[in-house]
Design a protein around this ligand. Structure first.
Ligand code: ANZ
Ligand code: ZN
Length: 845
């Protein structure tokens, strides 16, 4: 659904005039109402338990510049929900803050020879002013910025609680490295092998890094998703499940032999593989370890060592993009050793190859080329045998070159022969378990969360490194560990180590444990850490005893409606869910999931494409607001499509929205009955439109069909206008009732027009505090049609029935009619012809 295009001249005129002279002026309204709302504190929750509480949250913005069209859409949607619940009598919390740490501030600071805070806080002020203009129902008293020491003090405090529980740890490990940004990236920040931020191909680098042990929560992160089913978009749940990637299978131990024929059968020299298909153990014809895993170097025989190191160099030179390409020709080197299949004692040559990943499963696989395409491609490249062990009825992979993966019957597999795939898996696990050579297991794709960054503008990791004592947590009472404020410009440039390392006065401290000389950890935290708990800080932003007041969390959490882009479907949501679970385990809260319901808004496009600088198709929000007014832009956003769909700004008409708003507002001028006039004697047909609209709008808002709400509001405006012009006129109390309903419905997406209309109607501010009008059920009764009942071709009765009545019901009503019975006069019935809802024809026997 979209607004019909109109000429834009009408709107431009409207802006110039004042509303006092009886014409619609968005400029006058925008100048007048914000101060009134602020003075009345209409958006601050009572927070006294007198009303049921509801927490509405929009994903907080990053202060990259001024607000853009995307913000305008997302916040317009969230505001509909917040304002609706307020009208419905809930105590609504709808806070705002900024996710204000992060790289762009640092890059700007380097360019301008400034401190990142200057750019950050200037942008925050710009955005705050725009948010205020945008008329959102936000509680400004709870505003927070994650880069404020009062905030990151508690980010650090939480880190220390994770650390105490063994959930934050440091390890030396090859990590994803962005050569341009000179920082490590979490797996999640590598998109198709390139840096999510700058697009530079990512390389690997061995570094000592901090991790959160999110893998320990993998099962809970999966299981608790049942709670979210039906309340979160299905695709987001699917993406989370995929990311966690739970695979059931087995660990199977293969003993490694030194050389072919030699019996260098070293008991400790076994390598474990992870397989989801233990039913195919008899079909393993070779064995592969990840070329870049330490294991490859451990297994290689001296004669093959040089070939391996040459191969490893080749692999290192590949970008992740190339490595992940499955179509690429398979490469690898034989390591000179054999692995013994624990089920049949067969000797499998051990290869190193780059298609096996070092950091998944155990970094080693048994290759079953008949049933795994990657293995088959490799077998064909190196002329290794292919043996089918599951008869699936598909073509022989030796011939087709396609591995078979369907259901079937196990063959060529000794004790497993004749079993189905599932039974074969179970039986194979049973065999290896009883022989002590393996066990059933679950494997996850999810990796621990790499949280340290070698950059400046983030929360410093509150650990001190002492030569005597090792890692020593900064004592809680010394938090926050503040960022030094004397580093600026070039001093912040990326050098591969954190810029903090160069701040000697900051780094060198005495050990909190032994008092000896020690150094601060110079890494800062990933900004995803900051945003994993901000929804809790809003509840008590000035609380000094902890990150949040547990009583406030009990009162408000979980968030009843979370609103944000689908680009956060995985990371932000997964991390926030993880934090919530750990905070529960710490004992500060008693719920498992932070966001009870999630709404993803679509993107705002222009001419079919995402707005971007390079395409030059950006639409400036400020210009749109200047031209059409806040309400028209908001109304257009909401009217264009259901919230989750994209909006193409080239296809909508804010001018038409402005025209509609002026039309709705002008109705107020025609109402001549006094506020509080009893509408019961008013025009019944208008009243029934009003009440039907109110009932429908409630259902539609709850179902997030906001665009249809606006269509309904338009119909109500039209019906009211007709009633004023051609019906009983503006003195009819039914007209007042209708226009008040218009004001209340409009307040959800056109707050200025609605407030002004409310005022014109003679009510004190604010329409925000109006309550949702009670719907009079008796006015919702559907219209009826007349059904004619004939007996032997003669009309005997007329029945008032619903237009949607079923044939059988109509027949029953007809036969029950006294007139019909009298006409039948005791005769039986030969035949009844029913044409619902209009006609029943009864033929007597
Ligand atoms: C034998 C086998 C036979 C396999 C077969 C599959 C099919 P998911 O389901 O994604 O968990 N694998 C294990 N570790 C690997 C690694 N580090 N790099 C690349 N591949 C690896 O995948 C598990 C399957 O992927 C495992 O089961 C293993 O191959 C392979 F007909 O073992 B399978
Ligand atoms: Zn010490």
């Amino acid at each position: 659904m979209s607004v019909q295009p109109e000429t834009e001249t009408g709107t431009a005129q409207a802006a110039g005039e004042g509303s006092s002279d009886g014409s619609y002026s968005f400029a006058a309204m925008e100048a007048k109402w914000p101060q009134v709302w602020e003075d009345l504190k209409v958006f601050t929750p009572l927070d006294d338990g007198s009303r049921e509480r509801r927490y509405v949250l929009d994903m907080f913005p990053y202060p990259s510049g001024d607000l853009h069209m995307g913000h305008a859409e997302a916040f317009a949607m969230g505001d509909v929900v917040a304002r609706y619940w307020r009208l419905k009598g809930y105590d609504v919390l709808h806070p705002i803050g900024w996710d204000s740490f992060g790289l762009p501030a640092e890059n700007a600071a380097i360019k301008r020879n400034a401190h990142p805070s200057e750019w950050t806080y200037a942008n925050i002020e710009t955005q705050a002013a725009s948010f205020k203009r945008y008329g959102l129902s936000l509680d400004w008293s709870r505003r927070l910025h994650t880069s404020d020491p009062e905030y990151y003090r508690w980010t650090q405090w939480l880190f220390l609680r994770f650390y105490e529980r063994g959930l934050a740890y440091r390890k030396n490990h090859p990590v994803n490295w962005c050569p341009k940004d000179q920082t490590v990236l979490a797996n999640e920040q590598v998109v198709n092998g390139a840096c999510e931020r700058c697009g530079t191909p990512v390389t690997k680098k061995a570094l000592n890094q901090w991790y959160f042990k999110i893998t320990e929560y993998a099962d809970r992160l999966l299981d608790d998703m049942n709670e979210l089913e039906g309340h979160w978009p299905e695709r987001v749940l699917a993406m989370q499940r995929n990311w966690i990637g739970r695979s059931e299978g087995a660990h199977v131990d293969f003993v490694i032999q030194a050389t072919d024929g030699a019996d260098g059968n070293l008991a400790e020299n076994k390598v474990t593989v992870f397989t989801t298909r233990p039913d195919t153990l008899y079909g393993a014809t070779f064995f592969v370890v990840a070329a870049d895993a330490d294991l490859a170097a451990e297994l290689v025989t001296p004669g093959r060592a040089e070939a391996l190191s040459e191969y490893q160099d080749r692999v290192k030179a590949l970008s992740e993009i190339e490595r992940q390409n499955t179509d690429r020709e398979k490469t690898g080197v034989f390591l000179g050793r054999y692995a013994i299949n624990p089920l049949n004692g067969e000797k499998l040559p051990v290869w190193a190859a780059d298609y096996v990943l070092a950091d998944y499963g155990t970094g080693a696989i048994m290759a079953v080329p008949a049933h795994d395409q990657r293995d088959l491609d490799f077998a064909r490249a190196f002329d290794l045998p292919v043996r089918a062990v599951l008869d699936t009825g598909e073509e022989d992979p030796n011939v087709s070159g396609i591995a078979t993966s369907g259901e079937g019957t196990v063959i060529n597999s000794g004790p497993l022969d004749g079993l189905s795939k599932a039974d074969g898996i179970a039986k194979a696990i049973e065999i290896v378990e009883s022989a002590g050579t393996g066990q059933g297991t679950v494997n996850y794709r999810l990796r621990d969360w790499l949280l340290s960054r070698q950059r400046f503008w983030g929360a410093p990791i509150p650990i001190i490194h002492c030569e005597e004592c090792g890692e020593v947590p900064v004592p809680d009472e010394q938090l926050p560990v503040r960022l030094p404020d004397d580093l600026r410009g070039e001093q912040l440039a990326p050098k591969g180590t954190s810029p903090l390392a160069a701040a000697e006065g900051w780094v060198n401290v005495s050990c909190p444990s032994c008092g000896g000389s020690a150094r601060r950890d110079t890494d800062t935290m990933d900004t995803f850490v900051d945003s994993s708990w901000y929804y809790l800080r809003y509840l008590s932003p000035d609380y000094t005893e902890g990150p949040f007041d547990p009583e406030a969390a009990k009162a408000w959490m979980p968030v009843a409606q979370y609103v944000g882009g689908v680009e956060h479907a995985i990371l932000h949501l997964l991390y926030s869910r993880f934090f919530t679970k750990v905070i529960k385990d710490i004992g500060l809260i008693d719920f498992d999931e932070p966001f009870a319901s999630l709404m993803n808004q679509g993107q705002v496009l222009n001419g079919g494409k995402a707005m971007s600088k390079s395409l030059g198709n950006g639409v400036d929000l400020g210009e749109q607001l200047d031209k059409f007014g806040v309400d028209a832009v908001r109304l257009t956003m909401v009217f264009a499509s259901p919230p989750e769909d994209d909006i193409d700004w080239a296809d909508v008409s804010p001018a038409a929205s402005a025209k509609f708003l002026a039309r709705a507002w002008r109705l107020g001028q025609d109402v001549s009955s006094a506020p509080g006039t009893d509408p019961s004697d008013g025009d019944r047909s208008l009243r029934s439109v009003t009440h039907r609209t109110l009932a429908d709008v409630s259902d539609l808002v709850e179902a997030h069909k906001f665009n249809v709400v606006i269509a309904k509001a338009m119909e109500l405006v039209n019906a009211t206008r007709k009633s004023v012009d051609n019906g009983p006129g503006g003195s009819d109390p039914a007209v007042r009732e209708a226009v008040e309903a218009v004001a209340i419905i409009l307040s959800m997406f056109a707050p200025y027009t609605a407030e002004d209309l409310w005022n014109v109607l003679g009510h004190p501010a604010s329409v925000v505090n109006a309550s949702w009008p009670a719907v009079d059920e008796s006015l919702l009764v559907q219209e009826t049609v007349t059904a004619v009942v004939q007996v032997q071709g003669k009309v005997r009765d007329r029945l008032e029935v619903s237009p949607s009545i079923a044939d059988a019901d109509l027949q029953e009503l007809a036969l029950a009619s006294e007139n019909v019975q009298r006409a039948l006069d005791g005769r039986g019935i030969a035949k009844v012809i029913v044409r619902a809802p209009k006609l029943v024809n009864i033929v007597p026997a």
